[in-house]
Design a protein around this ligand. Structure first.
Ligand code: SAM
Length: 284
């Protein structure tokens, strides 16, 4: 993170959701959240009529599949969330929320208390952008740096009930943290999550960057230059050990398997297979 500035990768993800991959954006609020130029580029298909699809395809091509990957990731987590909430869970914690607009755009969250936990700089930016936008439900902000601060007591101070089951989303964040901060966050989560709670998190496995030796050098360099170097990696068995014995892994797949959650028949994104989505459920 660059001092005092919101996370650049959070803008990128919001841009992807604002643009969308086929006929529609999946996050209409992205244009409220993004800085003006990015907002206009994301919302351009609304005004382009018959050439909107062509424009989207051209922009998507410049990111070598990253836009498709991020959109699919959000759709998979949305689908999981809708099913997790059917058990009656009424609190959701979004760790590293960035410009995630689920609390505004998902009808299933209208009676759910949403806690957005994020780095102070990103959260400050988001709150300013959303200040005119009335929250549809109950949104509470918790500002914390995962590398230097603990969020468990602050979250409880904000009204989180650790005796009741909860849903957690940790989307596209763990790979930017040192491994010990990932373990520490999982430990805090275990101390807060009652039996039946569910966590959907993405993480990066070692290696597996696309585009051969060029990708292995260029992709980490681009993230480092943007002030958000890629850090923690885990093998699937290491993630399972990190959450054991308190959580059961119920799903752990790279993007080829995410359509099992969305029910989509579209071709899965195949470029960024280094990121996996794991869903874990707290044991009773
Ligand atoms: C790629 S963005 C993902 C944002 C959001 N989860 C989404 O999918 O739209 C990474 C997020 O991690 C947050 N982050 C990175 N390092 C952090 C840290 N040390 N403490 C708290 N948040 C951090 C950033 O502020 C940013 O919101």
């Amino acid at each position: 993170m660059r001092p005092g500035l919101p996370s650049g990768t959070s803008l990128l993800v919001s841009f992807a959701r604002g643009l969308g991959v086929d006929t529609h954006e999946i996050d209409p609020l992205a244009s409220e959240l993004l800085p003006p130029v990015l907002a206009q580029l994301a919302a351009a298909p609304r005004h382009l009529g018959g050439v909107a699809g062509l424009y989207r395809a051209a922009v998507r091509a410049t990111t070598f599949g990253l836009i498709d990957h991020m959109v699919l990731r959000t759709q998979a987590i949305d689908a999981h969330l809708a099913s997790a909430l059917q058990s009656g869970i009424d609190q959701l914690v979004i760790l590293g929320a960035g410009l995630d607009a689920r609390a505004w755009r998902l009808e299933v969250l209208k009676d759910v208390t949403v806690f957005e936990v994020d780095h102070p700089a990103t959260q400050r930016y988001k709150r300013t952008r959303m200040s005119q936008m009335r929250p549809p439900g109950d949104i509470r902000y918790v500002s914390v740096d995962f590398e230097t601060e603990r969020f468990s007591s602050i979250l409880e101070g904000a009204g989180f009930r650790s005796a009741a089951p909860s849903a957690w989303i940790w989307e596209g964040v763990a790979m930017y943290l040192p491994l010990d901060a990932v373990h520490d966050t999982l430990g805090q989560l275990t101390s807060l999550a009652a039996a039946g709670s569910e966590l959907a998190m993405t993480y990066r496995v070692p290696g597996m960057l696309p585009y051969g030796s060029l990708g292995r050098v260029a992709i980490p360099a681009v993230f480092a230059a943007a002030g958000e170097p890629l850090k923690a990696t885990l093998q699937p068995h290491e993630l399972a050990s990190a959450v054991a014995p308190d959580w059961d892994v119920t799903f752990d797949e790279d993007s080829r398997g995410w359509r099992k959650l969305t029910g989509s028949t579209a071709n899965a994104s195949r470029s960024f297979l280094s990121e996996r989505l794991a869903i874990v459920k707290r044991r009773g």
